[in-house]
Design a binder for this molecule. Structure first.
Ligand code: ADP
Ligand code: MG
Length: 155
């Protein structure tokens, strides 16, 4: 579990994860509205030097950010999707992208086999901005990413 005191720290966590990612990698973000999923994605996108501003894709569902160097960054918000087949219908080229899927839990298994899941929780006291992030691995690549992040956390 990782403690994230501020929004800036959340962006930095996104950047830290970004440095581990390669084509085909998928990050699934869970956590209630306002938890910090898009804030994390913004830090990740910045580290990947993506074109365009990373904002919530809630209404467009998926936004592709090209990069001068490397595969595109695909940012999905699955909140408004009714089921996993709608996620499949987006025809995202998962293998040739680096992807972050907000609200992807329970849907991603329809489109990919392995991913890193980050569950973000917020404190329930109103004056506390601290978030906690819990890592879960799905599949061998998920395990690799969790292990790499764990090493970073203890360093
Ligand atoms: N520790 C923190 N981590 C992430 N966001 C934080 C934190 N503290 C305050 N915030 C604020 O909470 C909001 C999170 O919103 P957002 O990232 O859009 O959440 P989500 O995408 O999960 O709905 C932002 O306004 C952000 O500045
Ligand atoms: Mg969001």
């Amino acid at each position: 579990m990782i403690t994230i005191p501020s929004a800036n720290d959340m962006e930095n966590l996104g950047a830290r994860v970004a440095r581990l990612l390669r084509a085909g990698d998928v990050v699934c973000l869970t956590g209630e509205l306002g938890a910090g999923k898009t804030t994390f994605s913004r830090g990740l996108g910045r580290e990947l030097a993506v074109r365009g501003t990373v904002t919530s894709p809630t209404f467009v569902v998926a936004r592709t950010h090209p990069r001068a160097d490397g595969v595109p960054f695909v940012h999905v918000d699955a909140y408004r999707l009714v089921n996993a087949s709608e996620l499949a219908d987006l025809d995202i080229d998962w293998d040739r992208s680096i992807s972050v899927v907000e609200w992807g839990r329970g849907m991603l298994e329809a489109v990919v086999d392995e991913w890193l899941e980050i569950a973000i929780d917020r404190s329930h006291s109103a004056d506390d901005e601290t978030r906690t992030a819990t890592l879960h691995a799905v599949g061998p690549r998920g395990n690799e990413l969790v292990a790499a992040l764990g090493r970073g956390v203890s360093a």
